[in-house]
Design a protein around this ligand. Sequence first.
Ligand SMILES: Cc1cc2nc3c(=O)[nH]c(=O)nc-3n(C[C@H](O)[C@H](O)[C@H](O)COP(=O)(O)OP(=O)(O)OC[C@H]3O[C@@H](n4cnc5c(N)ncnc54)[C@H](O)[C@@H]3O)c2cc1C
Length: 488
Amino acid sequence: MAKNYDVIVIGAGPGGVTCGALLAKWGLKTLLIDKNAQVGGKAMTVAKNGFRYEYWPIAACPSSNTEIHSLLRILGLENEIELIAPDPMGRMFYETPSGEIKNLVLPGGGKPVDPQDLFNMLGVTDADMPEVMRLFTDILGMSRHDQNLLDEVSVVQFLDRYQIPRSLYSMLATLQSEGTLEVAGPIACASEFIKVFQQNNTQGGGLYPSGGFGRLYGAIARVMQSYGGDLLMRTKVERIAVENGRVKGVITNKGSFQAPIVVSNAGIQPTVLKLVGEEHFDKSYVNYVRDLVPSLGFAGARYFLSKPVLDCFMYVYCSDNTVTSLEEHLRAETGEMPKQMYIFMSTNSLYPGMAPPGKQLVYTGITCPADPRTKIKHYLDKVEAEIARLWPDVFKYIEEKEYYGPAQISRLSRDSVVPGTGGECIGLGQIVGQCGNLKPSPKAPVGGLFYVGADAGSSGFGNHMCVESGMNLFNIVRDYWFTHRAQF
Ligand SMILES: Cc1cc2nc3c(=O)[nH]c(=O)nc-3n(C[C@H](O)[C@H](O)[C@H](O)COP(=O)(O)OP(=O)(O)OC[C@H]3O[C@@H](n4cnc5c(N)ncnc54)[C@H](O)[C@@H]3O)c2cc1C
């Protein structure tokens, strides 16, 4: 393996692997390094007892004409990886104030939910329609420019502008903030909420790569290698070497590598505060980075079942009370859980080749703090109590269970360098003041250092956002290399 490269990418998560493959294909000598044994970061696919499953993501959004489709075409992978938009996608469960639990099938294949079915389930009346229509017209017709005017407005503040029934308000705030952006509704950013809502409605909402997310990212890494890029797994970057304000390369537990450009998929806070070191940045930038807020973490279980229970890929639950307030989040940390909370359950076992015949893997969880030190027992107890109440059949067929929480998420993805961070689901929290025009720049104030993935360079939802960040960063780094190459 060479010691000198044009560019080193730290981290083979969705953002890092995408950017690395595009840079290698363009002709830059690229090294991609990851501490794990497999690529994919939080979206890694693993195998156990004949099951293949992701530790975490269940579906990408949007599902048709996405950047993931474009990337596969650019890399010549469109015939190798099938992108599945299952139909139906899932079921939405809604508990009425009187305790009745209704449900609605969520279509897939790029189709939106029929609004009339949704309104019937949520008890929206004719008298409610003028305000409901005003809301949907505003959201669906909003330009990117007008969305960015909402970068400092929360989802709750935005929805408060409309006199809509509590059921619809709660469904939107629950499923589109805590359920998608993985941040508390009262601080979730309205511009991101609207972008994801538009994508869901115009391009559909559930996408799964055949064979799993990990297979997708593995194929992308192989394309990087086919263009001469090197992939170094089970290797942890300990430092990014910086001299006179410019990156020089990286120091890992397996030796040092030189490059004039380093792209980090390790998260902005770990990159600045640990891998580079505060001493190489202005104090104001260090304070800015230290103050960034992560998304929420997640705690839950995987149940390996002897018999299928779910008839579609995803079940989501909400009620009029599932927009968890900041006070309820604080009380939950001490063990006092809200009576009703957003909860989801999903399976990838319905996709071909992902489970032994006649068996099913069910995965469930609820949001919790991103802090890897979080005591997750009461979150797990709440998940299990809700599963027993809402979908009791699951407990009849369990052969084996696994639990997880923010400590596992941090181990697989990013280090906790600021107290309270590390086990975040998405990455940077999509909260007011951190999205759209206010999202951190992907270019660091150290020559040749860039960030890729959830923390910078794109917007939207999870995997799709990170792939888009990788594609956007490719353009930025290519142009940087072209304009600065005489200095290297
Ligand atoms: C519970 C949960 C549910 C989710 N559900 C969904 C979903 O349904 N749909 C969806 O689209 N998204 C979902 N996501 C979010 C999605 O998986 C993440 O947003 C995405 O994986 C972030 O990608 P990334 O490019 O930022 O890198 P990450 O996935 O964070 O990967 C970072 C990589 O960098 C490597 N790395 C870090 N530091 C170092 C170092 N010092 N040296 C070497 N390597 C290093 C890590 O090993 C890792 O491989 C979910 C996440 C979680 C946790």
